[in-house]
Ligand binder design. Structure first.
Ligand SMILES: O=P(O)(O)OC[C@H]1O[C@H](O[C@H]2O[C@H](CO)[C@@H](O)[C@H](O)[C@H]2O)[C@H](O)[C@@H](O)[C@@H]1O
Length: 917
């Protein structure tokens, strides 16, 4: 038998275990399950594949979720029986990417020539697990034994080992990164090989490194076995994983974990990653750190590579601050991830928990967009992980899947099948699932003998099966309800199935069931939905999964996994649901699966990370030159079509907020005069950019400056410049927007206004501003109080209304603005530069006046001189893309503008342009 078996595992051909077919009455022990009958042939099929001289039994063809088939090195397959062969599981990690493709999406960011490379650091975790998990498979066990028992002979020659995909890594992540294909032109995975590498000599390590970099864009990080075990098995799995999933580990054990070796080992492992990445890093790379195993890494990297773009994505859940604060190393962990430019979570709830935790524990200012640290801003956001629908579709249409679909249909004719696939630990709720299934069979006895739950167990060891408390409940249930021809629960391990077989199960299932007590996302729900394209049968889903947070998945049958009666009813509902209802629910879920895909996940994360790091790396303004009008004037003089974009409040007009709070506006006469003078020159097209509402602008500017164009409410409204007949109109850029968010928003802000002396709300047509601390004489404790209220108010508005209505919040020094997404000064300027662009505006009202003379500047596309003065950095970046733009920042923060200018110097500068002949 070319599939060696280990004595204790008895390999795959045991016939006395329960399976998809009825067990013999004497064989009711649920684990390990060894198939007979139809599933036996599945297994035999598997065996015959494994027996081919190819690879280890856990090669890529048996792996449901990885697609790195290219990683298996054919020449080494022939050595598969050698005692000294090592199956190197592939390193998860690092991928370097030329982000040119992704940059195109970066909303008008520069199309610079900088090479962007993504160094994608992933968890250390999966690899150890692979080694351990592989011990279920006899051949691999033989491999691991050979590794550990033959240390003296570890002088392995490169031809005697091969690299293959690790089936137990975070397959979702791997697939997602691969799904964007050539858009990531260069990538480097950085990860570990897990345990059993202590005996590798330097020459072997170099050899492996060389091969991995060459063949799989991977860089292994060498971790001593004991350090790896302390970090991964103890700190990650015994302390962090439970805590992040709302299970606080018991105090005495955690105390020893925290304060002794395991946390130190976690630090050491993160440090080794930092060393490896720093040595491979090249200027312009993006470093993408993945998951909770590497929470300290971003700060370690930031210390070494201050200018690097660093993103961190948390694949698992993030709990409420009440739970996270129980960790004794909470401060270190938070500061660790805050070394990033962007921190991503699976859902908006986890992101909010994180912001609140940071605000509570580090007393940093947490805003909807991220966290303001002393020296930098860190973006925080939700990026739902998805699946690569196209690639799954291809696999789904493999003829082998159809064969297995037929086989399963025949085998289970007249029966209902419920399928599940979970890790067997306490968090994944398999015990609760089995108990609920038992409750179902009790409550609906007519289903006894007619429904089978096929439960696939992920990455289990006997230890985890015990830990998850699954074995006893399966035994109990099976012993209660099995008959000569029926066994209610069939337990399989992932290694017992090929991916085709698993897809066939998903296709024939009458329901899929996830009862996790907490879970980051649960991508298997997406796979199930995709495989139900023809049948549309329902999904029973725990309310505590990330998937359930998304509106499409609200069309599942939700369950509280702690409530077994509810879950039992859900099973009944699923099995009796009409085809029409099932179809309508499926359509909702499917639309989420196809829109929130793996590709969308990777590109949106990388684009946001890049944008965040560009914003964060803006200079503090010290090296930007002060506007030298003398140098710009010659170009101005010699140009024929000029576009002048000038910010109003805070740039041309310094307002008295005290008066404003009483609704008093003093029209700035000098500003109006210079605007008129500039607009009198027929070569000039002058636009005033304001945050004020239409009415405010009419009150202040009104007919006093008839030739200028106006952008009001930060881009929500535009008053066009007069045409030949002197006609001008107000255009709404938000005409199709739903503005019903304003009422609840005002309610929230009024509440905060009552609690915050000196604050007030400015309601505008399509936006709302909350201002606070208008009196500089107020005490600093009042100011602090006001700031705190402002950040709470922003979070409140964002959390309750932001996602639902598509709002964004722009914080200012003493105010914040709430307005619809997709509208900004920058988009208004886009419309000015390209008036024939997509029709997104509607006429609001005509403001009839008679302009003294018609302007010649009809052809607004061909400006040969553009001058923009103001504070909007996004607009500055956008205009910098034009060859002939002079951008001048009047802000006091960092800028990408070409020049800077103190607001007090703006009027004199404008007069010099106005007077230029
Ligand atoms: O067991 P670990 O090695 O510590 O890794 C934790 C789990 O990571 C992956 O799951 C997580 O990411 C998925 C994709 O983003 C998400 O759907 C899931 O909810 C997260 O828990 C991996 O798929 C699991 O096998 C690992 O156990």
């Amino acid at each position: 038998d070319s599939l060696p078996s280990s004595p204790d595992e008895n390999a795959l051909d045991t016939t006395n275990g329960p399976s998809l077919v009825p067990p013999t009455p004497a064989a009711r022990s649920p684990l390990p399950a060894r198939p007979t009958g139809p599933l036996k042939s599945i297994v035999e099929d598997l065996k015959s594949r494994q027996a081919s001289p190819a690879m280890t039994p856990r090669g890529e063809s048996t792996n449901p979720f990885t697609t790195f088939s290219g990683l298996t090195q054919p020449p080494s397959r022939n050595n598969s029986k050698s005692n000294s062969e090592i199956s190197l599981v592939d390193v998860l990690s690092a991928k370097a990417v030329n982000l040119n493709g992704a940059k195109a999406h970066a909303d008008g960011l520069h199309s610079g020539t900088k090479r962007h490379q993504l160094t994608h650091s992933s968890s250390t975790a999966s690899h150890t697990r692979v080694q351990r998990r592989l011990s279920r498979s006899s051949t691999t066990r033989a491999h691991s034994r050979s590794i550990s028992s033959s240390r003296p002979s570890l002088e392995l020659h490169s031809t005697r080992w091969h690299i293959e995909s690790n089936p137990h890594c975070n397959g979702g992540l791997k697939n997602a990164v691969e799904s964007v294909g050539t858009r990531l032109k260069r990538k480097l995975w950085v990860g570990t090989l897990g345990v059993n590498t202590d005996g590798f000599r330097d020459s072997l390590r170099r050899n492996i490194e060389w091969r991995m970099r060459d063949d799989c864009d991977s860089l292994p990080v060498w971790i001593p076995d004991s350090e790896f075990a302390g970090c991964y098995d103890d700190f990650c799995h015994q302390v962090l994983w439970p805590c992040l999933h709302y299970a606080i580990p018991d105090a005495p054990r955690t105390k020893s974990f925290y304060e002794h070796a395991s946390y130190n080992q976690y630090v050491a492992v993160n440090q080794r990653f930092a060393d490896a990445i720093a040595s491979a890093y090249q200027d312009g790379d993006i470093i993408w750190v993945n998951d909770y195993h590497l929470m300290l890494l971003p700060a370690m990297l930031r210390a070494r590579l201050p200018g690097a773009s660093i993103g961190f994505f948390m694949h698992v859940a993030f709990p409420s601050s009440e739970i996270f604060r129980c960790l004794s190393v909470r401060v270190d962990l938070l500061k660790g991830v805050l070394g990033s430019d962007l921190i991503g979570f699976q859902t908006a709830n986890y992101a909010r928990h994180f912001r609140q935790t940071v605000s509570r524990i580090l007393t940093a200012e947490a805003l909807p967009k991220g966290v303001q640290m002393d020296d930098r801003f860190v973006d925080v956001g939700a990026f739902p992980m998805g699946i690569d629908v196209g690639s799954l579709d291809e696999k789904k249409h493999d003829p082998e899947v159809a064969e297995w679909v037929n086989a399963l249909r025949q085998r289970y004719a007249g029966m209902k099948l419920i399928v599940g696939r979970d890790k067997l630990d306490l968090i994944q709720g398999v015990r609760q699932k089995i108990q609920a299934f038992e409750a179902f069979l009790e409550k609906y006895p007519e289903y006894q003998g007619k429904v089978v739950l096929i439960q696939v167990a992920l990455q289990t060891t006997e230890e985890s099966e015990m830990q998850g408390g699954v074995s006893d409940v399966v035994s109990h249930l099976n012993s209660r309800f099995s008959t000569l021809t029926y066994q209610p629960v069939v337990f399989l391990h992932t290694q017992d199935l090929t991916f085709s077989q698993y897809l066939a199960l998903l296709t024939v299932a009458d329901a899929f069931m996830v009862t996790s007590l907490r879970e980051g996302m649960a991508l298997r729900t997406h796979e199930y939905v995709e495989c139900q394209e023809e049948r549309h049968r329902p999904l029973i889903l725990s309310e505590f999964t990330g998937s359930y947070s998304y509106s499409g998945f609200r069309s599942c049958i939700p369950v509280n996994p702690w409530d077994k009666r509810m879950t039992a009813k859900a099973i009944h509902q699923a099995l009796t649901m009409s085809d029409e209802e099932a179809l309508s629910r499926w359509e909702d879920m499917h639309s989420h699966v196809v829109t929130q895909s793996a590709q969308a996940f990777v590109t949106s994360f990388l684009v946001r990370c890049l944008r965040a790091s560009i914003e964060h790396s803006q200079t503090d303004g010290t090296e930007v030159a002060v506007l030298d009008v003398q140098r710009v004037l010659p170009r101005y003089r010699h140009s024929q079509k000029r576009l002048l974009l000038i910010d109003f409040e805070g740039t041309m007009w310094i307002r008295d907020l005290r008066k404003m709070s009483r609704g008093v506006f003093d029209p700035p006469k000098d500003a109006i005069e210079v605007l008129n003078r500039l607009a009198d020159d027929p070569r000039n097209e002058v636009w005033l950019l304001s945050g004020l509402p239409v009415k405010g602008m009419l009150d202040i500017i009104g007919e006093a400056a008839p030739k200028i164009g106006i952008v009001a409410e930060n881009g929500c409204f535009i008053k066009t410049r007069p045409d030949r007949n002197g006609g001008s109109s107000w255009i709404s850029m938000v005409a199709n927007f739903n503005l019903t968010w304003k009422a609840p928003c005002l309610e929230i802000l009024n509440y905060f206004t009552e609690r915050t002396p000196g604050s007030f709300v400015e309601e505008r047509e399509a936006s709302i501003v909350w201002r606070f601390w208008v009196d500089p004489d107020e005490s600093s404790s009042d100011r602090q109080w006001a700031r705190r209220q402002a950040s709470e108010a922003q979070n409140h508005v964002f959390d309750s209304l932001g996602e639902r209505y598509g709002l964004r919040i722009i914080p200012g020094a003493n105010s914040f603005l709430v307005l619809p997404n997709n509208v900004s000064r920058s988009t208004a300027v886009g419309a000015i530069l390209n008036p024939g662009g997509p029709a997104r505006s509607t006429l609001v009202t005509s403001v009839p006046w008679s302009a003294p003379e018609a302007t010649e500047a009809e052809s607004v596309h061909e400006f040969d001189f553009v001058l923009a003065i103001g504070k909007d950095q996004r607009m500055m970046r956008r205009l910098n893309e034009l060859d002939n733009a002079e951008t001048v920042s009047t802000g006091d923060k960092g800028t990408d503008a070409k020049w800077k200018l103190d607001p007090s110097k703006v009027m004199p500068a404008l007069w010099r342009f106005a007077d230029a002949k």
